[in-house]
Design a protein around this ligand. Structure first.
Ligand code: GTP
Ligand code: MG
Length: 171
């Protein structure tokens, strides 16, 4: 009988890096140039196929990146099977913020959450301030999956959620 599992996945990262846009691209294959900043957090569920006929229901919590919501984040990341930590490749400060989220996650969740580091807005590579090498080197050192994506074009987005889902241990 094919197995069905549920995986909770949380998105973290500075405001405006494109967390909600990545979720919208993945769940509905849509992009909105004038997307509104998230208030509190938003929930989306989406099924992904795993190996061997298994299906995972991803329960995705898209958190708000604005500073005033920072204290809510632990409610969403605590016990999460996976985390997508996002920065904007054109905003070096957002990469620093992403590293701080990774450190907090690894400390609080005791290494039990599978983390994907995602450099978003790859369509704006001409304005890049964080190199792919810098992102990849940090991810390797911290033991994270690493991707660069564009929520606008869709490049790499599916892969983030599918590969992350496969790395989360089955119950
Ligand atoms: P908060 O909810 O405030 O934490 O922000 P967020 O990380 O959810 O960002 P959001 O998805 O709302 O995107 C912020 C802005 O960046 C919006 O204007 C998006 O259209 C734009 N954006 C998101 N992803 C991309 C991308 O891949 N490329 C480009 N060019 N713009 C993007
Ligand atoms: Mg948002």
């Amino acid at each position: 009988k094919p197995m069905r599992v549920q995986h909770r996945v949380v998105l973290l990262g500075e405001s405006a890096v494109g967390k909600s846009s990545l979720v919208m691209r993945f769940s509905r294959n849509e992009f909105n140039q004038y997307n509104e900043s998230t208030i509190g957090a938003a929930y989306v569920s989406k099924d992904v196929a795993l190996d061997g006929g298994c299906t995972a229901q991803l329960q995705i919590w898209d958190t708000a990146g604005q500073e005033r919501y920072k204290s809510l984040a632990p409610m969403y990341y605590r016990g999460a099977g996976g985390a997508v930590v996002v920065y904007d490749i054109t905003q070096a400060a957002s990469f620093g913020r992403a590293r701080a989220w990774v450190a907090e996650l690894q400390r609080q969740n005791e290494g039990k959450t599978v983390i994907a580091l995602v450099g978003n807005k790859l369509d704006l590579a001409a304005k890049r301030t964080v190199s792919r090498e810098e992102g990849a080197a940090y991810a390797a050192e911290a033991g994270l999956l690493f991707y660069e994506t564009s929520a606008q074009s869709g490049q790499g987005v599916q892969q983030v959620f599918e590969e992350l889902s496969r790395k989360i241990p089955l119950p």
